[in-house]
Design a protein around this ligand. Structure first.
Ligand code: NAD
Length: 350
């Protein structure tokens, strides 16, 4: 059954953002939206996505969802920032021109730091360099690192350790079986860290080259076909590819004790997190475990170092332990606890 697209009023009522800004520039063809979900904890930050949305409403829904997720992610990572998101409507391959990017960057500059942005789907580090001609408010501009995925991977490793500590009473990964879905930027670095910890690693990817690289460098076992990874017997399943992979189809197949990885929006719907809990599978809420890249981007904005970003990211271990303990005591799924903590922190500052 196809759900009907909500209109702008319904969407704004649902997500209750602080601000929504629409832009249309006939000269460059720019059509964009900037959503500030909350500045309760500090100025809003969030990447800009360039995507061929079917309509303004679809783009608005995506921006509202992503901006709210950024607020929750900042709140849980204890960062002095709020959630925001930019979306540009169009096909990046066809519509992305330096003139359009510069027009968008001039809008970002008008926020004067109340909104800072960075890389996202369809916006690369090279695009940000063009935007920097027009605005100071780009995360990553100070060049703390060319690629933030090693920091994200470190956070996932520490998150996995918290999961192992909770499930097995021991955080060691030595000899543990971990199934990694996706050997891209984060997956590659996570596999490298897992190999150094002595874990037994299984990997799936739809890209043969990515698999060949991790197989030859780390001797990992390849899972074929890629979807066989859901039913693989393992200690932990680490989704590091796409969202929505915990759903009605995959849930009955899972043969793991832990789900903990970098992918955004792993639960197709919140109820799927409740099902994981019922099945006795520990789930590390995605926006808590994958915050390393954001933590590094914020360090960059604050003039910090990469070393500090790694140190701050390791705190994901303690954060998850606390969430898991509350979940155990209250007999609730961990993602419900994480959402509640984020919402409380955002409310307190209003
Ligand atoms: P990436 O594009 O570099 O890697 C994704 C990999 O997943 C690719 O190798 C791709 O071929 C593979 N893949 C796609 N569909 C697949 C499938 N069905 N089965 C198996 N493999 C599949 O992306 P990334 O930067 O490594 O990010 C991975 C995930 O982590 C994404 O969901 C991203 O939103 C999230 N994330 C990334 C960062 C970061 O720092 N890069 C930070 C937070 C969250």
């Amino acid at each position: 059954m196809k759900t009907q697209q909500k209109n702008a009023h319904e969407l704004i009522a649902q997500y209750a953002p602080q601000e929504v800004h629409y832009y249309s520039d006939p000269e460059t063809g720019l059509k964009a939206l900037i959503v500030i979900h909350s500045t309760a904890l500090g100025p809003a930050t969030g990447g800009t996505r360039f995507y061929p949305y079917q309509s303004w409403e679809v783009a608005l829904e995506d921006a509202l969802k992503l901006a709210q997720a950024m607020s929750y992610k900042c709140a849980l990572a204890e960062l002095p920032f709020g959630g925001g998101k930019g979306v540009i409507l169009g096909d990046p391959k066809r519509d992305k021109t330096p003139q359009l990017l510069r027009a968008y960057a001039r809008i970002v500059q008008q926020f004067n730091g109340r909104f800072t942005t960075g890389e996202e789907m369809g916006i690369s580090a090279d695009d940000l360099k063009i935007m920097m001609h027009e605005t100071h408010f780009i995360a990553g501009a100070k060049g703390i690192a060319h690629d933030l995925s090693p920091v994200t991977a470190r956070g996932v490793l520490y998150g996995l350790k918290a999961c192992f500590q909770t499930v097995f009473g021991n955080s060691s990964l030595q000899g543990r079986t971990v199934a990694v879905q996706g050997a891209g930027k984060v997956g590659y670095h996570l596999i490298k860290l897992l190999a150094a910890e002595g874990a037994k690693i299984f990997v799936s990817d739809i890209d043969r080259r990515a698999l060949d690289t991790v197989h030859s460098e780390f001797g990992v076992k390849i899972v074929e076909p890629p979807d066989a990874i859901y039913a693989l017997e393992c200690d932990a399943f680490a989704p590091c590819a796409i969202g929505g992979i915990i759903n009605d189809t995959t849930l009955p197949l899972l043969n793991c004790k832990i789900v903990a990885g970098s992918a955004n929006n792993q639960l197709k719907e919140p109820r799927h997190g409740d099902r994981l809990h019922e099945f006795g599978i520990l789930y590390a809420p995605d926006y808590v475990i994958n915050a390393g890249g954001l933590i590094a981007a914020v360090q960059d904005l604050l003039g910090g170092s990469l070393e500090k970003a790694f140190q701050e990211t390791e705190k994901i271990y303690g954060r998850l332990l606390k969430i898991f303990e509350l979940a155990r005591r209250e007999r609730l799924a961990p993602h419900r606890i994480a959402d509640r903590i984020a919402e409380e922190r955002l409310r307190k500052r209003h």
